[in-house]
Design a protein around this ligand. Structure first.
Ligand SMILES: Cc1cc2nc3c(=O)[nH]c(=O)nc-3n(C[C@H](O)[C@H](O)[C@H](O)COP(=O)(O)O)c2cc1C
Length: 189
């Protein structure tokens, strides 16, 4: 079923598209690795098939934002246990704080989702367990006016995939393919 590199390339694109649009997809929550040897789960929000670019939403105050800045190597690791497919992506990440893509991502978010950006920044130390949100917004959807200060805490992470490593785990023999700037080759698993 994965006899050609074109079939594998199509499989990768379809999984990434579905990962962005279907919250039940195993590709919806990949691990994002930065060059400081840190990794974290993020929700895949969009996949641009023409530019092979992944989009994630983030708090602009998060440590990963400082680690990535305008350009840095980023790894993105996906695993679909049901399909037995691992996808390792390597590329260049950049944070867009204000700009057309970040503005559109903010516009498409619900006020409930935007609420996360009204609280303390990720990693802020607290005396006890905390959501970081101001008390009046606990469990409450803020109004557009309430959310005015939140926009400056919102940014997007864009990762342009330069290398993709696809691995299919199979009893009949694992299969592995790599794509470097779109050019594919088979490799031993
Ligand atoms: C299921 C799940 C989804 C998450 N989605 C996001 C996300 O889309 N964006 C994000 O910045 N953090 C997300 N997080 C939180 C991050 O994993 C991480 O803890 C946080 O962003 C702070 O990361 P940093 O300290 O590396 O900057 C998610 C966590 C989980 C468990």
């Amino acid at each position: 079923m994965f006899d050609t590199l074109d079939a594998v390339r199509t499989d990768i694109a379809q999984r990434l598209k579905r990962g962005a649009s279907d919250r039940k997809s195993a590709f919806h929550c990949p691990a994002i690795a930065t060059a400081d040897a840190d990794a974290r789960i993020m929700v895949l929000r969009a996949f641009d098939e023409d530019a092979w670019t992944l989009r994630f939403n983030t708090d602009a105050r998060a440590p990963k934002v400082a680690a990535i800045g305008e350009s840095a190597p980023v790894g993105v690791l996906f695993y679909d246990a049901g399909a037995k497919i691992q996808l390792r992506c390597r590329g260049t990440g950049r944070i867009e704080h204000y700009g057309p893509i970040a503005d559109a991502a903010w516009e498409e978010a619900t006020n409930f989702a935007r609420r996360c950006y009204l609280g303390d920044g990720p990693g802020a130390v607290s005396d006890g367990p905390t959501s970081g949100l101001p008390e009046r917004f606990e469990g409450v959807e803020p109004s557009d006016e309430d959310l005015e200060p939140a926009r400056e805490n919102f940014a997007v992470l864009l990762v342009t995939v330069e290398e993709a490593d696809w691995f299919y785990l199979s009893n009949d023999g694992h299969v592995r393919a790599q794509f470097l700037h779109g050019k594919g080759r088979w490799v031993a698993p």
